[in-house]
Design a protein. Structure first.
Length: 194
């Protein structure tokens, strides 16, 4: 279950997988060295504008398409980093409003609310990194048409895990088990039904 895997183990696996890479994985020196990382984070932040209140719906296709383009010809470890940075841009701008709710309704200090919201964004961004790592690993150097067949699977699994396997998500399996487990009073043979 992905919610129980230590994130450091995932990062270690990705760094080991990054040992051999393609030419595109060998950034040069200078400002161009981090262009792909900046584009990935920017594409994630740009994708946020596709949703309310901005509602610039074409950006919902442009942002992920840019990430998909960045993943082409990358090693799995590099794809993990680019996906994680995309997720940081997306989640960092997309769910940062949560800090207001945490501060106002949770009654915590603003610095703690920012820390909690930032931790949430960083951890949820790992799912995008995981999609990049698994997808590029499965595609293993194939061109874009083959990648179109490979990536939907990891995207669906990661989306399901992000929505249901996260320990902080209300849709976590333990929360679902609690809400669907019959109470003692409604079980056959219990004192209240006899």
């Amino acid at each position: 279950m992905i919610g129980r895997v230590p994130w450091t183990a995932l990062l270690l696996c990705c760094s080991l997988a990054d040992r051999k890479g393609s030419r595109r994985d060998q950034p040069g020196r200078g400002p161009a060295a981090h262009l792909a990382e900046a584009l990935a984070a920017g594409a994630g932040a740009l994708t946020v504008l596709a949703f309310a209140p901005f509602s610039l719906s074409p950006l919902a296709l442009i942002g992920p398409a840019l990430l998909f383009w960045l993943w082409a010809d990358r090693s799995p470890g590099r794809a993990f980093r680019l996906g994680w940075l995309y997720g940081i841009g997306l989640m960092g701008f997309g769910v940062f409003w949560v800090r207001i709710s945490i501060a106002q309704f949770g009654g915590v200090e603003p610095w703690l609310a920012v820390t909690i919201a930032g931790g949430l964004a960083l951890s949820m961004a790992l799912y995008y990194g995981l999609v990049g790592w698994v997808g590029v690993g499965l595609a293993s150097g194939r061109r874009a048409p083959a990648m179109l067949l490979v990536f939907p699977g990891p995207v669906v699994v990661a989306s399901g895990c992000a929505a249901g396997c996260s320990p902080v998500s209300p849709g976590s399996p333990s929360a679902t088990r609690r809400s669907t487990r019959p109470s003692e009073a409604s079980r056959p043979g219990s004192a209240s039904t006899a």
